[in-house]
Ligand binder design. Structure first.
Ligand code: ADP
Ligand code: MG
Length: 711
């Protein structure tokens, strides 16, 4: 347990102490080198080897002074996790001694043998080489455990032929694409000062904690991250007494250590609270540049698990560890900002800012409507299938929440009443200085919307708790970039025209686009059946499972969107489709395997043994003439369920065997979804019914009561 006494070491003193941040670089690098590096970070320059040499030497000395012996290029392969291969700094001097070395080359480029990472056919094993390249937009950091320290350098991961093998490269490319198009629009709006647009992201991370003692006795949790069996205890989350409740001491200690670890590496962990389900919690950092935020979120997930283990617990990041109570998601708060500090989704203080806001917000509406399938696919995982559309998460229908006042303003513009008064008093005419501004707080709260405007940012809430946020942000950036490109094409033709013409054009774009895409706006309760029907009437897609959702990646519109903005080549899109389908199948394959194993080797023997004991008791009671009907009935019910369980496990085994023998990845994923999953559910139904009948002592697994309430 590593805790810091904040009275002795104030947070501000140790915050970022393990991060090779810009502040550290500014202090330690020669001024001209630091300036160069800033230009590289801003995308204005390429990193030269000469600069890399200086940075590497300084980074090495910094890391070694903090106890580091090794460094690693830290990257994000398509497993959705992070990967690291450690090299020590040592270089033998030939006389039995070593010096500590780290060159510019070693900083900018690594060559892990990449053959065991998914590439979806992009790389054959004989050309297994993959390259990692330093991502200068995300700071290097130190990972510390009780026995040592490693310097981690965030990197991109690419194949010998330059194809992206990771989640970072496409994200960086999508930010570039978005920046290019957003700047064109800004210029057309008269902005001459901003040099770059980037996206800001603040992910709220949900997770569960369980006591290690119980976790260790649940092979399903250990191998799949979720319970494949488990009857609901007498108490679930119905009392709503956990949400924002007082934090238990053991959990508070965990959170304090989690924060400390995150703060050390410069992650601005800010908010924490109990979530809706028992033993469910949330942590949220202050938003950052999206590439740093993506890296930070990977570290947050890893640190949750590490710190939990240190404290005799386990952190669960799965989207649905427990049936019947809320699952975990990740709210991806997303906005666009310029390098000179303008938040493009800030409604602003004057009509000019209002016009900019309305135009950019319209672009998001259009992008989310046109690319709803793509956005849906960005959260398509087997874990999230358990959550989307269940009663704690947005449905699988992509819609936007704007709130009353803002919707009213847009409706007015769409109806051509751009300079009319709205009922709530907003008075809109774009670009004319004498008019009042948008109401300050234009949004209220709606927790049921999958994509909510929350004042100065959009909050994408369909993201699963365990997934990397790189992909959702990449797709979102690309979709918005495309719409902005089309706006820019139109607006640029008004260059040099009088301002009134340009303002007319802006108004026309908002009016046209909003009218066409407003079907995606929904301010009501997204958890109701009426909404599902209403969405269908509006023609909004409702893709309920990951396998169907992923197929959009092979559509020509998707491929050309990504190609035209340089985010993915056709091969990259197609290979990702395969990788995601394979991952889906593998996940369910493991879950089905665990289900069979537990059902056959733990549950069945325990339950049938217990049933036999009841029968023996009944017979013994009958022999002495005592009434035995209760024992008899119960023995019978247990025996019935056991034989059903026997049959259902056999069916699951058949379905699983057939799925395993399917060669085509798409058909295979479908087989897992359509046949294996329902067969697992049938087994589960019997097991959960048995759990309610078999005595607690005889039951082989810790129950939901222990897992959800004991901490
Ligand atoms: P909640 O949605 O639970 O009410 P908050 O409103 O406090 O939470 O904010 C949630 C997250 O949104 C935080 O991580 C915060 O830093 C982030 N956020 C705030 N402003 C922006 C922005 N402009 N861009 C991206 N994320 C932002
Ligand atoms: Mg939120």
């Amino acid at each position: 347990m590593s805790t810091i006494d904040f009275t002795e070491t104030p947070v501000a003193d140790f915050f970022g102490s393990n991060s090779f941040s810009n502040a550290v670089m500014k202090e330690r690098l020669p001024k001209n080198i630091y300036q160069e590096l800033l230009a590289v970070q801003a995308g204005e320059k390429e990193l030269s080897l000469a600069v890399a040499e200086v940075v590497a030497a300084v980074m090495r000395d910094w890391a070694i002074s903090k106890g580091a012996s090794h460094y690693t290029h830290w990257f994000q392969p398509l497993t959705g996790l992070t990967a690291e291969k450690h090299d020590s700094f040592i270089a033998p001097t030939g006389d039995g001694k070593v010096i500590m070395e780290f060159s510019g080359k070693e900083l900018v480029k690594g060559e892990p043998d990449a053959s065991s990472f998914p590439s979806g056919g992009l790389r054959a094993t004989f050309e297994a080489r993959g390259y990692t390249a330093w991502d200068v937009t995300s700071p290097a950091f130190l990972k510390q455990d009780p026995t040592g320290t490693t310097l981690c350098i965030p990197t991109a991961f690419i194949s010998y032929y330059g194809q992206a093998l990771d989640k970072k490269v496409p994200l960086l490319k999508s930010v570039d694409a978005l920046s290019t198009q957003a700047l064109r629009v800004l210029r057309a709006l008269g902005n001459e000062t901003s040099k770059r647009v980037f996206t800001t992201v603040g992910p709220e991370q949900e997770y569960f904690l369980v006591d290690k003692e119980f976790y260790d006795r649940r092979p399903d949790l250990m191998l799949t991250g979720r319970t494949v069996f488990g009857a609901l205890p007498a108490k679930g989350q119905e009392m709503e007494d956990h949400y924002f409740g007082a934090i238990k001491e053991r959990v508070a200690g965990f959170m304090r250590e989690l924060n400390t670890e995150l703060w050390k590496v410069g992650i601005p962990a800010k908010t924490q609270h109990n979530e809706v389900a028992p033993n469910q919690f949330e942590v949220a950092p202050v938003f950052q540049n999206s590439t740093a935020a993506v890296d930070a979120n990977q570290l947050v997930m890893e640190t949750i698990r590490t710190v939990a283990r240190r404290r005799g617990m386990e952190g669960l990041l799965h989207e649905k560890p427990f049936a019947g109570v809320n699952g975990s998601g990740k709210h991806n708060n997303w906005s666009m900002a310029t390098d000179d500090g303008i938040n493009l989704f800030d409604p602003g203080e004057n009509p000019q800012a209002n016009a900019r806001f309305l135009l950019f917000a319209t672009a998001v509406v259009e992008a989310v409507d046109r690319y709803a399938l793509l956005i849906r696919s960005s959260v398509a995982t087997s874990g999230n299938d358990h959550r989307l559309g269940a009663n704690e998460a947005p449905p699988a229908i992509v819609s936007i929440f704007f709130g009353g006042p803002l919707t009213e303003i847009f409706d007015h513009i769409a109806e051509g009443k751009g300079n009319g008064k709205t009922e709530s008093g907003g008075h809109i005419k774009i670009g004319v200085t004498s008019l009042p501004v948008l109401p300050k707080d234009v949004s209220d709260r709606n927790r049921t919307s999958p994509f909510a405007f929350t004042g100065n940012k959009f909050e994408f809430r369909m993201v699963g708790s365990s997934q990397s946020i790189a992909t959702p942000n990449t797709y979102l950036n690309a979709a918005v970039a495309q719409v902005l490109k089309e706006y820019a094409d139109r607006l640029e033709s008004f260059k040099g025209s009088p301002a009134s013409d340009r303002n007319g054009a802006i108004q026309e774009i908002i009016k046209e686009s909003y009218a066409k895409h407003k079907r995606v706006i929904f301010n009501g309760n997204g958890y109701t059946d009426e909404w599902v029907r209403e969405a269908e009437r509006r023609g909004l897609p409702n893709i309920k499972n990951a396998v169907d959702a992923l197929s959009v990646l092979t559509r020509s519109e998707t491929i050309s969107l990504f190609e035209s903005h340089g985010v993915f080549t056709r091969e990259e899109s197609e290979s990702r489709y395969h990788i995601y389908l394979e991952k889906y199948s593998k996940q369910i394959n493991i879950e089905a395997g665990v289900t069979l194993e537990l059902a056959r080797r733990s549950v069945f023997p325990a339950a049938s043994g217990f049933g036999a004991k009841l029968a023996r008791d009944a017979a013994a009671l009958a022999a002495i003439g005592a009434v035995s009907s209760a024992q008899e009935k119960r023995a019978q019910r247990v025996a019935e369920l056991c034989s059903e369980l026997f049959e259902e496990t056999a069916k699951l085994e058949t379905a699983l065997g057939e799925a395993q023998d399917t060669a085509d990845v798409q058909t295979q994923a479908k087989a897992y979804f359509e046949r294996v999953r329902p067969a697992m559910d049938s087994v589960r139904a019997r097991v959960d019914a048995l759990e309610k009948l078999v005595s607690k002592e005889a039951w082989p697994l810790p129950g939901y009561e222990e897992l959800l309430f004991k901490l």
